[in-house]
Design a protein around this ligand. Sequence first.
Ligand code: SF4
Length: 376
Amino acid sequence: MTATNGDGDAILSVRDLQVQFPTTLGVVNALNGVSFDVPRGKVIGIVGESGSGKSVTARAIMQILEPPGRITEGSIHFRSSAGGESVSQLLIGEEVDLGDAETSSGGVEITKLKPRSPAMRALRGAEIAMIFQEPMTSLNPVYTIGSQIEEAILLHQTPDKKVAKEQAIDMLRQVGMPNPERIATSYPHELSGGMRQRAMIAMALSCHPSLLIADEPTTALDVTTEAQILQLMRKLKSEIGMSIMFITHSMGVVAQLCDEVMVMYLGRVVERASVDEIFYNPKHPYTKALLRSIPRIGSAEHTPLEVIKGSIPDPYSTVSGCPFHPRCPSFIGKVCEDVIPAESLLAGPTQHGVRCHLYSDEVASTAEPASTGGAR
Ligand code: SF4
């Protein structure tokens, strides 16, 4: 298992992404120079507490930031799918003009597209799809499940209503819905939470996107349904061959599904590595603290779970130096308070990047954020 290995086989490359929310109380810097790659055909997990910037990263990629959020710097480069077609070739029939957002490599620079432009609307759904924690935010309560899936297919795949209907039912079958013909005529409120989540996944996958962004899709589900949904996503990933960005606060979910992991804290990537490296050789004190907070089978009865002391700072405040220093159990003094750690690539068989002064002396190389991931 290898960690992200640069631009070559990445379907999405995010570089130095900065997002701000200017409000009457001040400017919230939600992302502070986030850089990472999503490798083709792999699942990358994004973990961190609420407020670490996971969902803002996803929404920035989809250009669906809640106002007044805006991308102030950075780039989001989406590349062509497997098969070598350029993004504009993939969007043939969508009647879109990528203009100067089309790159020389056949990809598209998403930050150059307007959020409501035809090109961005075509990319959403056809090439990049997103599923949310709460299915009712995506499903319209006054339309049947089938008609909502058909609408996406009619928009991006075929003008033939009969074909769209058949594809919608087939998609419901693929996501494991019992009696998909009947489900297609049901309204969202007639389904259980787990079935609504499956319906949303069916809608997201109906146009066979190259990249699926899943924003905590199993958080609101019971453990049995969560296990079923994770199994379903693993199966569909290998069948469709898509890449997945899976946002979660659960390290348990990461262990089950992901190939690579990036850990975010306060709008920055603080550690990134293969899933094995993160679980067996974590480096950053924040990652270690997240791992210690997972319940373990076999631990002595009544052993209290460890918690990370303190909480994510107020969004309007600015933390100098290392963003984790007010809560860090490994704090090593003034350097932590004053200097933002650069990303260090650790020596080893896989790429393992960490932003912590503890490791500045044992690096294989010091990586630039713009080339290897991590945050400023
Ligand atoms: Fe802790 Fe310092 Fe490392 Fe930040 S840089 S995680 S404060 S040891």
